[in-house]
Design a protein around this ligand. Structure first.
Ligand code: HEC
Ligand code: HEC
Length: 561
């Protein structure tokens, strides 16, 4: 054996012999040395494969024991039947809420799920895995689960964590207008009226589909829902808390008739704790999860399955078994979530849209006023070889460093979301699944200052979407726009203010948006306050520290993160 192969042999035994010691540490005191982009430290080849596999799991919900599956074929028949059909009329009367739709496509559009792109997209940071035509027949996130009873429709992670950014589908970016919560809520309101034999006769379903409907209807007894204060926010906290309140207080939160009929009181039935789905490309920097950092240990992907399934009324013994059997799928999804990258401004708008000199001046303000909370972003323009770099290369981050331990800080933003956690943390910690997974929830006071990579694409800002663009963010709270109209990011010129980075306001607001009240954001409502994040940040001794030009510089720098 020569010297080189001896080293190889040594490394090989070290790596293989040490495989178990690689098991990821999800403990609360783990310190993060560098971004955990490759969380399981796979080889380069395995990493590619696992991430691709995991993205598929993000698109197609894998939990086969989920109780809330909607028989797909009858649903489609219902929406696509002739509007004058008497059968359709009867069901429409039962299901008033869904009446405007004429096809499944319209239903999916309302739900806010996006169709697959028709060709590969160069701007996307997280390419889609290879998919068959059949797999792409429903929009992203909509999932058909094959069961013994037939095809059941449900929604996966992508329904909330996939967005359309000017026609480019970006995995890991907050879906601006998901209605998955609302869908379950409407379904729950309708369910009691659907007599399963009526359902079978009217829609000519199979016996299996009738049973599936019955099972879904049954499970909604243990689902508690709440409508969001405004479109674009999600009510997961309330849904999980109110659903747990309809179950027994035991390690499996057993579902009984008694618990369904006499739910425990929970403040989240009225208090507002809405927030937006967080972006995925920040998790590699953190060691605690959610906008308030209240999940202090455990794998965040496990928590998502648990929360999703509590919100769907699933039996937790069955979920526990599914989790035990689905290690490889969960691991692949986790690998994919941690490997998510942010979309880049210059890829969408071209390198000319960034003024590097301006951004360099902004960098100074950032280092002085923002870095201590949001992390350090080293730029290629500061490299010794910068002169030889192209403009695209110059604006890249060469190194991003964030806190070794994720901080939680109260900067005076709306408290509703972090306060909400107090109302069901005990109910979650008590669960056997939480114990198995060593997931611990601790209510906090404040929010995590998120890493700011890809911040340009994350408008509207803050956990509750209360600030429409970065100009507004750098305005003292009391002077920020009290309301604004939201809209989809379709047209780069019309739907996005490049100078202020975010929603166009006032005169620039597209007329189309103003026609729809659902898109109106009113910061005066409970939970939607746009105050905070100003004192001691850019207001010192009662005075703003940046003038208009300096704010422009800072925003130019933020575009490059
Ligand atoms: C109904 C919408 C919805 C679905 C479906 C959903 N999420 Fe989320 N997700 C959210 C919301 C809302 C938050 C942020 C809540 C908060 O912290 O205020 C979030 C947060 C997260 C976070 C934490 C990010 C961080 O910075 O700490 C991860 C990771 C995550 N989701 C992964 C998933 C995975 C994996 C799935 C599928 C199993 C999934 N989500 C399904 C809405 C959703
Ligand atoms: C004392 C710590 C602190 C400092 C200093 C600070 N921030 Fe923040 N920042 C936060 C916290 C905490 C949040 C999350 C608040 C929330 O979501 O309610 C936040 C949120 C943000 C967001 C919104 C993130 C998102 O995903 O919506 C942006 C943008 C931002 N900060 C920019 C800045 C800039 C620019 C500066 C410097 C002028 C700065 N911050 C200084 C703590 C800080």
């Amino acid at each position: 054996m020569n010297y080189q192969s001896l080293i190889q042999y040594f490394l090989f035994t070290l790596l293989v012999g040490c495989a178990p010691c690689w098991a990821q540490d999800w403990g609360r005191d783990v310190e993060i040395q560098s971004p955990r982009e490759n969380i399981y430290q796979y080889s380069a080849e395995d990493f590619q494969l696992k991430v691709s596999e995991g993205r598929k799991v993000a698109l197609f919900y894998p939990v086969t024991v989920s109780d809330l599956l909607i028989p797909y074929r009858p649903l489609k028949t219902f929406f696509e039947s002739d509007p004058s059909d008497p059968v359709r009329k009867i069901l429409f009367d039962l299901a008033r809420v869904v009446s405007p739709f004429k096809s499944m496509d319209e239903v999916f559009q309302w739900l806010g799920v996006h169709p697959y792109p028709t060709s590969p997209q160069d701007e996307t940071p997280n390419p889609l895995p290879p998919l068959s035509t059949y797999e792409q027949s429903l929009p992203m996130g909509a999932t058909l689960i094959q069961t013994a009873d037939g095809e059941g429709l449900t929604f996966g992670c992508a329904a909330c964590h996939f967005s359309d950014l000017f026609g480019v589908k970006v995995l890991g970016l907050t879906n601006r207008f998901p209605r998955a919560n609302l869908f379950f809520r409407e379904g729950q309101l309708v369910a009691p009226y659907i007599n399963s034999f009526l359902f079978k006769d009217l829609l000519k379903t199979t016996e299996g589909e009738r049973l599936m409907m019955l099972k879904a209807k049954n499970s909604t007894q243990w689902v508690g829902t709440k409508a969001p204060m405004t479109l674009g926010l999600d009510t997961s906290l309330a849904q999980v808390a109110l659903s747990l309140a309809k179950r027994e207080i035991d390690p499996y939160a057993t579902r009984t008739m008694r618990s369904a009929l006499y739910p425990r009181a929970n403040k989240l039935s009225t208090m507002v704790a809405d927030s937006k789905p967080a972006v995925w490309w920040n998790v590699k920097y953190k060691n605690r999860w959610l906008s308030d950092g209240s999940i202090v240990s455990g794998n965040p992907v496990h928590t998502n399955f648990l929360w999703n399934e509590i919100g769907r009324g699933t039996d937790l013994k069955k979920l526990e078994q599914w989790m035990n059997e689905s290690g490889p799928q969960i691991e692949a999804l986790t690998a994919a979530v941690f490997a998510t990258k942010p979309p880049r401004f210059e890829k969408f708008f071209g390198p000319k849209a960034i003024d590097i000199e301006l951004a360099k001046r902004g960098q100074k303000h950032f280092i002085e006023s923002c870095q201590k909370c949001h992390g350090t972003y080293q730029k290629a323009w500061d490299l010794p070889e910068a002169e030889q770099l192209t403009k695209i290369e110059l604006v890249q981050n060469t190194k991003v460093s964030y806190h070794k331990k994720t901080p939680v800080i109260d900067v005076g933003t709306d408290p509703g979301r972090y306060l909400g956690m107090r109302e069901f943390a005990d109910d979650l910690n008590r669960l056997q699944i939480s114990q198995n997974l060593k997931t611990v929830v601790e209510p906090q006071k404040g929010y995590v200052p998120p890493p700011l990579e890809g911040i340009w694409a994350r408008w509207p800002y803050m956990h509750n979407n209360s600030i429409p663009n970065l100009c507004a963010l750098l305005t003292p709270g009391a002077d920020r726009p009290k309301s604004y109209y939201a809209g989809e990011a379709i047209d780069k010129k019309r739907d996005f203010d490049q100078e202020c980075v975010g929603y166009p306001l006032g005169e620039k607001t597209p007329d189309e948006w103003k026609k729809n009240n659902e898109y109106f954001y009113d910061s005066q409502k409970e939970g939607l306050s746009n105050l905070g994040h100003d004192q001691k940040i850019f207001i010192k001794d009662g005075k703003e520290i940046f003038n208009a030009e300096e704010k422009r510089e800072l925003i130019e720098f933020l575009k490059t993160l």
